[in-house]
Design a protein around this ligand. Structure first.
Ligand code: NDP
Length: 251
């Protein structure tokens, strides 16, 4: 089997995985963070878990570029967008977590490591050499709209994460009702921003790898947003009743 045939098969598998994961996660909440009370088995400190599971997203695309350096600037611009998100997520975010953050179950970390490795490979190899991105792509509506969407999603995700991480004073471990930014409208603007980002990525790369990743992100985060929302409503009797889970005024 050629690498390209294996690549195409893996993309199909990711579409199938997204279709399976979404309904499964509506019934089974991934046991980390606030939903970890029910976890059994070994766990890693949250910082180590995030570092380990997100690092392939930085390293694997870099390896793809080292193996097949692109001939036009466009893949480099797309890689820069990708790395704006993932250098933060893998190398900065873990160190912004409060020491009280819940430990990461090893099974969750291992599953996420596998996903970020495969996803980094699919998107990295598409940028170079499988995709074709001439310099003119940078002036195309697909790129411009997609990149704008990506950056808006990134800003929403960053602001929402910043608000959450400031809720706890040093040494605190409990939960509070987040306020400000898009928390006025939804319980999980961090997930909303993440989904908008990867939809923007799918548009600006116009690729099956990007589309599969965006759908998988929705499949993973939309059920989790619903679970967070239910959890907030159960825990806080004074939780704002007009706040939705993920999409302002809709969901
Ligand atoms: P959460 O919102 O569950 O938690 C983020 C951090 O904030 C945790 O340290 C958590 O503590 C703390 N926190 C959350 N809510 C409160 C609160 N009400 N009061 C006090 N502290 C709180 O997010 P995730 O951990 O699931 O995700 C973190 C980031 O990673 C997000 O930006 C998300 O978009 C991204 N992500 C992306 C995925 C993808 O598929 N692309 C998958 C998963 C995450 P504690 O750990 O104690 O709960």
């Amino acid at each position: 089997m050629t690498e390209r045939a294996l690549y195409d098969l893996t993309i199909r598998a990711l579409f199938v995985a997204a279709a399976v994961v979404a309904p499964a996660l509506l019934f089974l909440v991934a046991p980390y963070g606030r939903h970890a009370e029910r976890t059994r088995g070994r766990a890693l400190p949250a910082r180590v878990g995030w570092l380990v599971m997100e690092s392939p997203s930085v390293l694997v695309p870099l390896a793809c570029f080292a193996i097949a350096p692109p001939r036009t600037p466009t893949p480099w611009v797309l890689l820069a967008l990708w790395q704006v998100h993932y250098v933060h997520r893998a190398l900065v975010y873990p160190f912004r977590l409060r020491p009280g953050a819940k430990p990461m179950p090893v099974a969750i970390c291992a599953g996420a490591f596998l996903f970020t490795t495969v996803n980094g490979y699919l998107n990295g190899r598409w940028l170079t050499p499988f995709g074709d991105y001439p310099t003119a792509w940078l002036a195309s509506p697909r790129f411009l709209v997609g990149a704008a969407l990506f950056l808006v999603g990134y800003a929403i995700n960053q602001q929402a994460d910043r608000i959450l991480l400031r809720l706890r004073a040093p040494g605190e471990t409990g939960y509070k009702i987040p306020t400000g930014g898009l928390y006025r409208f939804v319980s999980c603007p961090n997930y909303l921003g993440e989904i908008v980002e990867w939809c923007g990525w799918a548009a600006c790369t116009w690729s099956l790898a990007g589309l599969a990743f965006a759908l998988f992100t929705v499949a993973n985060l939309a059920p989790r947003a619903l679970a967070h929302h239910r959890w907030y409503r159960g825990k806080f009797p004074d939780y704002p009743t007009d706040r939705r889970a993920l999409v302002p005024f809709v969901l």
